[in-house]
Design a protein around this ligand. Structure first.
Ligand SMILES: Nc1nc2c(ncn2[C@@H]2O[C@H](COP(=O)(O)OP(=O)(O)OP(=O)(O)O)[C@@H](O)[C@H]2O)c(=O)[nH]1
Ligand SMILES: [Mg+2]
Length: 478
């Protein structure tokens, strides 16, 4: 008869089954049976039958050992289940990389996607967007104040009154920027601060705030919290300035100044000034449209997990939203390795932005960027989506008298309407994709207005469907 105690037997079995590490309940477990007829016969039952001559102490020790083994086994089972779930989650996970120039609409596209497929998560962040929306509004008012200062309109009594009454909004802008920013982003904003020449040279915009900082605002609350105090202070100052904000925005001298100084406010600045009365009300809550319009320059790379709440419930897509400035592009490459989908966003409305002498206008710059993405070997097997975005602003620009052909001679004498221009873009981008891709690859092209939630619903649903279910035949093959 074996002289091992029950505990000793368990230890030896655990050692024997070491290929299924430390797993007492594993089905390939082999125990030596105590049957007298065949002492070496294996059997798979656990726990094994107790020895016939077991003492009370041995029994207590055996039961204790068995209980310990059972717990350990359950823990291993749970860990294996967790690993399987995690593996399955990762298998079903899609990784999406958003690429494109700054201000092309990458973050807005992501917001539209989240609004459509994870509306509860989208709306749960509404409170955090409040500070960003206040910042957008006061930033726009400050641009008007800067313009008025530069034009020296002090002769007008109304303007003088507005300059004084709205001056607290300068401190509000600084406080909100500090609340929302990292040091890095703050430095960038201060460079742009108060410089009318900068506004004149390019469109008036540029709110640069690191999102990882501001998103945490949704979670902090309560009196005494510095961030919340700043937001509450902003709310009350903006509320007190409510009528004067409307007054400066509708003032015809101010409008004239803007046009004399060739300052073109961005569409989101116009939106927030138009909506100032509603936003400055004491009971204001950010709407979906406000959130989509809010401008917050992406700094660095942001990773967003979107878990589908309705269709494909539980499925997770990881989005990498990347800063679009020219200087940041080297930082994109590490993300090329591991993504399933590239969504390239191109604004078709700012073809006339002049860059430096070497780069020419923005139309050429964006084509070059698209070419460099197409020919990148790391992305050879990735599915591509191209969003030719901001057709609404393109239409407005062309209707106001800008001739596309003046900036892109190759356009020739085609009709100067947004559809012809958008189709021209489409052809150019398809040709580059065909000529420079390392191998055949799927590409789907959409002409979009990322802030139009109804139109985006159809487009994003089509994109999601193509990614997940539809055969490759329906995609545009090279
Ligand atoms: N009118 C209009 N505005 C748009 C459209 N798409 C985006 N916007 C606005 O354009 C601004 C810039 O969009 P973002 O999504 O922040 O641009 P981005 O590409 O993420 O820019 P970076 O973060 O600087 O790289 C935001 O205020 C958006 O609301 C569009 O199709 N039409
Ligand atoms: Mg962005």
């Amino acid at each position: 008869m074996t002289s091992t105690t029950p505990r000793g037997r368990w230890d030896s079995c655990a050692t024997k089954a070491s290929s299924a590490p430390l797993r007492p309940f594993a089905t390939n477990w082999t125990l030596r049976s105590k049957a007298p007829s065949d002492d070496l016969e294996p059997h798979n039952e656990w726990p094994p039958p107790p020895p016939e001559d077991e003492s009370a102490l041995e029994r207590a020790l055996r039961l204790e050992a068995e209980e310990k083994a059972r717990k350990q086994s359950e823990e291993i089972d749970a860990a294996i289940d967790q690993d399987k779930t995690e593996l399955e989650r990762r298998r079903r996970q899609k990784k999406v990389l958003l690429l494109g120039q700054s201000q092309s609409g990458k973050s807005t596209l992501l917001k539209s996607f989240q609004l459509l497929y994870a509306p509860r998560a989208f709306r749960a962040e509404a409170e955090a967007w409040r500070a960003v929306i206040y910042l957008n509004l006061v930033h726009s008012v400050n641009i008007l104040l800067d313009v008025v200062d530069a034009a020296n309109l002090r002769t007008s009594k109304t303007i003088r009154h507005l300059q004084i009454s709205l001056s607290p909004l300068r401190q509000v802008r600084t406080a909100l920027t500090n609340t929302l920013s990292t040091e890095n982003a703050r430095a960038r904003l201060s460079v742009e601060d108060l410089d009318v020449e900068v506004w004149r040279a390019r469109r008036a915009s540029g709110i640069s705030v690191h999102s990882s900082a501001w998103r945490s605002l949704a979670k902090v609350s309560g009196p005494g919290n510095a961030s919340q105090d700043d937001i509450e202070n902003a709310r009350s100052v903006i509320g007190a300035c409510r009528n004067d904000i409307a007054a400066i925005w509708s003032n015809k001298d101010v409008r004239e100044c803007l046009s004399n100084q060739a300052i073109e406010l961005d569409s989101q600045a116009v939106y927030f000034l138009d909506e100032a009365q509603r936003i400055s009300a004491a009971d204001y809550c950010p709407t979906d449209d406000d959130i989509l319009r809010a401008r917050l320059e992406t700094v660095g790379v942001e990773e967003h997990s979107i878990v589908f709440e309705n269709v494909d419930r539980g499925q997770e897509w990881i989005w990498y939203d990347i800063e679009g400035t020219r200087s940041s592009r080297a930082a994109w490459v590490p993300y090329f390795d591991d993504v399933h989908i590239v969504m390239f966003v191109c604004s078709i409305a700012n073809f006339d932005d002049e860059l430096d002498e070497l780069s020419g206008n923005n139309f050429m710059e964006c084509l070059r960027l698209w070419k460099s993405i197409c020919e990148n070997k790391l992305l050879a097997n990735t599915t591509f989506f191209l969003f030719l975005n901001k057709w609404d602003l393109l239409e407005k620009k062309l209707k106001s008298g800008t001739f596309f052909g003046a900036y892109v001679p190759e356009f020739g004498h085609r009709s100067n309407d947004w559809q012809s221009v958008a189709n021209f873009y489409r052809e150019k981008y398809l040709t580059i994709h065909r000529d420079f891709s390392p191998q055949s690859r799927l590409l789907q092209v959409h002409i979009t207005c990322a802030i139009d939630t109804i139109a985006m619903r159809g487009i994003l649903e089509q994109a999601r469907h193509e990614i997940l279910t539809v055969s490759i035949d329906r995609m545009t093959l090279l």
